[in-house]
Write a protein that binds this ligand. Structure first.
Ligand code: ATP
Ligand code: MG
Length: 374
């Protein structure tokens, strides 16, 4: 690892380092606490996502004028792009309270029925990871979304009866990293679907400027450009890198985050120019060196790097695909020529390198949704 400042490991730096510092977009429990301090609280404060923000603004404004809760909203896209933030903003823009739960937390339909019947008129119910909701609960949700009614089943077997129960009109906001896994009937019941896109570097610089002000960090334009360029189009990662670079700036420099400080800190934390971290690089490296560039199944690839397939699939791949380093094909994962070049390995002739494979579309930068469904 190159370390231009040649610094010894200090307690402050080790704190970030020891936890196997990662720039993957998923958030740990500890991070969620820090994040809530940096969340935007209104649509005006929400940076980027111009399409979703404008459309949502209209949906909310229309509902406010009619004095009725807006249509149910589905927000989909890779981790860390602001789905939870937007869900909370919907509540605050409407001036209603937001009840929060998640798909995996709803194991039985009774849990959901209880939650629904406790909603006050106009409340927002936010279900994170809605693609992981249990099937019976999902069926209950259909009726609740459509008719503001649930059937509570009393008793078991042939003697069981369904008692219809009115619930208050509410707005469901669902968030998912895997819209492709949602069943058709559930998806159809959302009146508005917002597809979150990766952020442009310029937008991430605005996110960073805002966070730096909130954290009381002095950040130069070049410093923020350096961090933005390695944040994988993701505000969560931008904020995370900013905190790590701040540590470095405070311990090793005068506290100001300049380009030099950002570069040195990011090199120390093993974040490369594209923003790939250790796990991303080991996925690429395994694909290229162990499997000759593929095609290889995601489960095999995950075993090779000692990770869960869904982590590789949901956390690493969206960005590797977007960066044009990896392609998801019907036959498995394939490394592109850019991947070999990025790893500094000569591109072999006729290996499973994308481009030499007939009929494989090469679509770097295409919308994440089509990639998820691949
Ligand atoms: N548009 C934005 N403007 C400013 N900050 C943002 C924006 N979007 C996200 N962030 C920051 O990124 C962090 C992560 O956002 P959020 O938790 O909303 O992502 P998410 O899409 O819900 O992720 P996950 O899929 O992991 O739940 C937030 O704490 C917030 O500070
Ligand atoms: Mg979230």
């Amino acid at each position: 690892m190159t370390n231009p400042f040649d610094i010894p490991m200090t307690a402050e730096l080790a704190e970030g380092y020891g936890r196997d510092f990662s720039v993957s977009a998923g958030a740990g429990d500890e991070e969620r606490v820090v994040e809530s301090a940096l969340r935007p609280h209104s649509l005006a404060d929400f940076i980027g996502q111009p399409k979703v923000a404008r459309q949502l603004d209209l949906v909310l404004e229309g509902a406010k004028r009619r004095g009725r809760p807006p249509d149910h909203v589905l927000l989909s896209g890779p981790p860390g792009l602001g789905k939870t933030s937007l869900a909370l903003i919907i509540g605050s823009e409407l001036g209603t309270s937001v009840k929060i739960t998640s798909g995996p937390a709803i194991e039985r339909s009774g849990d959901l029925a209880a939650m629904l019947s406790n909603l006050a008129p106009g409340d927002v119910l936010f279900i994170d990871e809605i693609h992981r909701i249990a099937r019976p609960a999902e069926e209950l949700l259909y009726m609740a979304m459509e008719d503001f009614r649930v059937d509570v089943v009393v008793g078991k077997g042939p003697g069981a009866t369904a008692i219809p129960l009115e619930i208050s009109p509410f707005t469901l906001v669902g968030a998912t990293t895997r819209a492709g896994l949602l069943t058709g009937p559930l998806r159809d019941r959302f009146g508005f679907v917002g597809q979150m896109e990766f952020y442009e570097p310029e937008e991430l610089q605005r996110v960073l400027a805002r966070s730096a002000a909130l954290l009381g960090v002095e950040l130069t334009d070049e410093g923020s450009a350096e961090i933005a360029g390695r944040s994988r189009g993701t505000p969560r990662i931008a904020n995370r890198l900013l905190r790590r670079v701040r540590d470095f700036a405070e311990v090793k420099a005068d506290g100001r985050v300049t380009r030099e400080v950002a570069r040195a800190a990011l090199a120390l934390y093993d974040v490369d120019e594209l923003g790939l971290d250790r796990l991303d690089r080991s996925v690429l490296d395994a694909l290229v060196t162990k499997f000759g560039g593929g095609p290889v199944g995601v489960a095999t690839l995950a075993v090779a790097v000692g990770e869960e397939p869904h982590t590789v699939e949901e956390v690493c791949e969206p960005f590797l695909v977007r960066a044009g380093l990896l392609a998801r094909t019907p036959r498995g994962r394939v490394a592109t020529e850019a991947a070999w070049r990025h790893l500094g390995i000569p591109v072999p002739r006729g290996a499973g390198v994308l481009g030499s494979l007939p009929g494989v579309p090469h679509t770097p930068g295409s919308s994440s949704e089509t990639l998820f469904d691949a």
